[in-house]
Write a protein that binds this ligand. Structure first.
Ligand SMILES: *[C@@H]1O[C@H](CO)[C@@H](O)[C@H](O)[C@H]1NC(C)=O
Ligand SMILES: *[C@@H]1O[C@H](CO)[C@@H](O)[C@H](O)[C@H]1NC(C)=O
Ligand SMILES: *[C@@H]1O[C@H](CO)[C@@H](O)[C@H](O)[C@H]1NC(C)=O
Ligand SMILES: *[C@@H]1O[C@H](CO)[C@@H](O)[C@H](O)[C@H]1NC(C)=O
Ligand SMILES: *[C@@H]1O[C@H](CO)[C@@H](O)[C@H](O)[C@H]1NC(C)=O
Length: 659
């Protein structure tokens, strides 16, 4: 009853606002725009007249029920491509007004420029002389944020991150062509709610949409930690949050302009929302919030108790879904036959299997040395199974019977990266754009582990053989969370047991047992150099008979200004020189001696995706020189004398080092 009244009031106030805006003067809230003056056209050029046609197409199509429209005008040479995207919650009239206003606005701001992106509160306009449809365009970027911060910054940032993540996952899972828009609310304090919104242009694939949003999210910690509202703007996606509602929801709270949003932004346009509208909205909101508070108070007590019971049930259910019978695994792997054996990893033998329902799986039979109790083991498996990201190999479940501990993973179609990278024939399947995609994907998988999964998992054994490739050559990182499942101390700090692979271990981990996310970054840097060069870090000195290490070799080429000499010769001419140089640059930043100098995971994702992010100069990396046999390797750092070095012992499977 109260709720209905509320809806009516809000609807009424919306109507008034709407009318006040569609009257003679529409208000356009300008956010930002971008039009480089590197490409311009003259007023009488063909491009300009095509552009005028384009504007007509866009504004005429904005009247129908479309939140997105793309159009092109002209012939091949002077073609103008353009699109608009309206905020997903808008009514058609508001969309039309925004698009019309935007067109009027950009011709003033960017009279001669060929490439223009302009963002407003309610829509975005983007046009170019290049094809821009169905492509993820992460440049240029802009963000706006409140000058005010919330009180509990860390908790707030965490809430923003988690809410955005959920939202981005949901939005990018919709089919191509469908509306890629979502909003989500989360309670921050009893009186404060977080309102979040994400939107991609619907012509993007789900994969590109999630990429775009992930990149946008990486901006948040750097620019806007704790800010009350933030807007991150890309040509392909938009991400916003606020502690006030700023979008319309059909059946939840009321829409209203954020009282804080308007003043600090540069405003353009010919009018403001009328006073009547503001009064109506404020009246509606206050009545609503009163009703809401009363309603909440009455229902709250009843709910609290149920939650605890439900959570227990959910966990139990999850365990049951994740648990496999030993007999099932035996049948799937043909009794762990040698034919099904894929290899021997650091933690035990790995088999391929097929379940009764024809689903392919990968089975990892853990060696018996794990000291973990059954209860802890189950708990950790549940935790790791919750880590789901398209660049991580998914853990499907476990088996715990007859002293056996077995992990069941999704089966990834192609083999690991080293299978392709180090084989003369198969190497050719990895052209430059594939390699770039692989590096980018690995970085995103690691970012999820480090930051987005809430657990802050450090991989600790990142290497080419732990990167699997699916049928489209998308990378999936495997073997993460093993330290957790195996019961090794996972917190940041010192550890006595060094797990990792020679060549990939950062100096501070090898020398002092100190690991952190920055040790993973080091391993990632080594991976980049391997992917560019097609050479193994561990066999480098043997293959060409010199004692030069891949790192020192890469560094020398960088210093001498001949970075392209590092490249895998099978790449031919299929690469972009600036991309190769940028990747090498990033790789060298990652393998710097001091963990503090290495970039964060988020900034790596950003650097790989956006050329506008400037890169610092790398310091000379730490070197490992080998001497003696493979079984006994001496570890040395520059500047450390012989007595400061330590001896490491290779474990049997050549994959892990322990001491
Ligand atoms: C635009 O061009 C002018 C010269 O015509 C130059 O001074 C200005 O810096 C340029 N602006 C940008 C953003 O490149
Ligand atoms: C466009 O106008 C300029 C002068 O405004 C003139 O010099 C030029 O020749 C014109 N170009 C075309 C294609 O008409
Ligand atoms: C929409 O744009 C197309 C060109 O992309 C144009 O042919 C069509 O007439 C426009 N639709 C309306 C309703 O004006
Ligand atoms: C809109 O974009 C799609 C690709 O997403 C393209 O196939 C189509 O031709 C474009 N429409 C127009 C009118 O250019
Ligand atoms: C709001 O509407 C959607 C469908 O439009 C529905 O799925 C959802 O449950 C509704 N939410 C509430 C709180 O009523």
């Amino acid at each position: 009853m109260g709720f209905n009244l509320c809806i009516t009031l809000v609807f009424f106030s919306m109507l008034i606002t709407y009318h006040s805006q569609t009257g003679t003067e529409a208000a356009l809230t300008y956010f930002d725009h971008f039009c480089p003056n590197t490409t311009t056209s003259t007023a009488n050029s063909t491009y300009r007249s095509n552009l005028n046609h384009l504007f007509a197409y866009l504004s005429s199509n904005a009247t129908s029920n479309l939140e997105f429209y793309n159009a092109s005008a002209g012939n091949s040479i002077d073609m103008a491509y353009g699109l608009f995207l309206c905020r997903g919650d808008l009514l058609a009239g508001a969309c039309r007004d925004c698009v019309a206003g935007a067109i009027e606005d950009v011709v003033v701001r960017c009279p001669d420029e060929k490439v223009v992106v302009a963002w407003y509160d309610e829509c975005m306009l983007h046009y170019s002389n290049r094809y821009i449809f169905s492509t993820m365009v992460p440049d240029p970027t802009s963000y706006l944020s409140s000058t005010q911060s919330v009180s509990e910054v860390n908790r707030f940032d965490e809430l923003v991150r988690a809410t955005m993540n959920d939202l981005a996952t949901g939005v990018s899972n919709v089919v191509s062509g469908a509306k890629k828009f979502g909003t989500k609310e989360a309670k921050f304090t009893a009186s404060q709610t977080l309102y979040t919104l994400v939107q991609c242009t619907p012509d993007l694939s789900g994969y590109d949409c999630s990429r775009c949003l992930e990149i946008a999210m990486t901006y948040l910690p750097g620019c806007c930690s704790g800010k009350k509202w933030v807007i991150v703007l890309f040509p392909s996606c938009i991400l916003r949050y606020d502690v006030y509602p700023f979008y319309l929801t059909v059946n939840t709270s009321a829409p209203m302009p954020n009282p804080e949003l308007a003043p600090p932004l540069p405003r353009h346009g010919k009018g403001q929302i009328s006073l009547v509208a503001i009064v109506a909205i404020i009246a509606a909101i206050s009545v609503c919030s009163m009703l809401f508070v009363v309603g909440c108070f009455l229902t709250r007590r009843a709910r609290k108790k149920d939650n605890a019971i439900q959570e227990g049930a959910v966990l139990l259910q999850l365990l049951m879904i994740l648990q496999f019978d030993f007999a099932t695994i035996e049948a799937a792997t043909n009794n762990f036959s040698n034919d099904n054996k894929l290899g021997e990893g650091g933690f035990g033998a790995v088999y391929k299997g097929i379940l009764f329902n024809r689903q392919k799986i990968t089975v990892k039979r853990l060696s018996k040395s794990s000291g973990q109790g059954a209860g802890e083991f189950k708990n950790e498996v549940v935790v790791v199974a919750k880590l789901q990201h398209r660049n991580l190999v998914r853990l499907l479940g476990f088996c715990l019977e007859r002293e056996e501990k077995i992990l069941v993973y999704e089966f990834v179609q192609n083999k690991s990266l080293d299978y392709f990278l180090y084989d003369i024939e198969r190497q050719r399947q990895l052209d430059w754009s594939t390699r770039y995609k692989i590096m980018e994907g690995i970085a995103r998988g690691i970012l999820y582990l480090h930051q987005d999964s809430r657990l802050r998992i450090i991989h600790r054994d990142l290497k080419v053989s732990n990167v699997l490739l699916d049928e489209d050559m998308n990378p999936k990182v495997s073997d993460f969370g093993m330290a957790k499942i195996f019961g090794v101390d996972q917190t940041r700090g010192n550890t006595r047991r060094i797990a990792g692979t020679f060549g990939y271990i950062s100096p501070e981990y090898a020398m002092h047992g100190q690991f952190s996310v920055k040790s993973d970054i080091y391993s990632f840097g080594v991976l980049i150099l391997e992917i560019i060069s097609g050479k193994k870090i561990s066999s480098f000195n043997q293959s060409d008979g010199t004692t030069r290490h891949l790192l020192s070799y890469a560094w020398k080429l960088w210093r001498d200004g001949t970075p392209l000499d590092l490249m895998d010769p099978t790449l031919g001419d299929s690469y972009s020189i600036s991309e190769v140089i940028r990747c090498l640059h990033i790789g060298l930043l990652c393998v710097q001696n001091d963990p503090v100098d290495r970039p964060t995971t988020a900034s790596i994702v950003l650097m790989l995706n956006s050329y506008s992010v400037p890169l610092l100069s790398p310091q000379q990396p730490a070197y490992f020189f080998s001497s003696g046999t493979e079984q006994n390797m001496q570890l040395r750092e520059p500047g450390l004398d012989q007595s400061g070095s330590k001896s490491l012992h290779w474990s049997v499977d050549e994959a892990s080092i322990s001491r």
